[in-house]
Ligand binder design. Sequence first.
Ligand code: CO
Length: 299
Amino acid sequence: MLPLPMRVDLDKYREAGRIAATARRQAITQIRPGVKYVDVLDTIEDFIHAQGAELAFPAQVSVNGVAAHDCCGPDDLRTFAEGDVAKVDLGVHVDGCIADTAATADLGDHAALLEASRQALEAAIALVKPGRRIKEIGAAIQGTMAALGFKPVSNLTGHGIAPFTIHCSPSIPNVPEGASGELKEGMMICIEPFATTGSGYVAEAGKAEVFGARRKLKAPKHVEQGVVDQILERRGLPFSRREIARKHGTAAAEKALKDLLRAGAIFAYPPLVETKPATVAQFEHTMYVGADDVEVMTR
Ligand code: CO
């Protein structure tokens, strides 16, 4: 007997997916030498809000050897340069139904690297069906990249999503090692093959601008209540220092976040950087594992 698929409001996921895909496409065309990172992120976030949706997590832009989780701080002056490889990663939710998607802009001569990530994603999507062993997906990603002369980042994985939850099981590694279990009908999953010219491993490095909180935030009494309320409005989803600073000022944001971190009430997501000098590309889609076919929400 087949297990009952979990109840999923597909129309809300479709709406989140449509908004996320549009925001992603616009961002990729906006990325040019001399453009400020923060302008691209603000455009993404303003668009999502103008569509009546919410951020599933702060929009991020990770450049060259930075694979993921780079986000602009309150006074971020960084601009894109000729030759850069810039990954845009964004998440939208409609009533908690999340679409997570990423793409890479190439301001240099990295077409083959981008193609390795893009083709690995398509090879993985082609395998998605109930009963598919997750190990086979990791093998397809690794094999596709190897054929093009690149390797995947082994310690970044695709993942399941659930209402108001950006990462849940199953974990979908970009290599067969460490993959277990199989896909089941009714799962909503994200596949995100990172292709690299480096070691294939990332480590945390640099100042975190993105934070997570538990759904029940235990804040010390002396932390400004307005900041606590703003974090609670995110319903456990990640938030940026920049959005706190926009509402409460940079100094107040710095102080409140430091106090919350020290109390263990929130946690930081620092940038994830290749352990060797490298260039990294990433493409990501969110998809539904249907009985007979896969529905990609973020095309
Ligand atoms: Co993701």
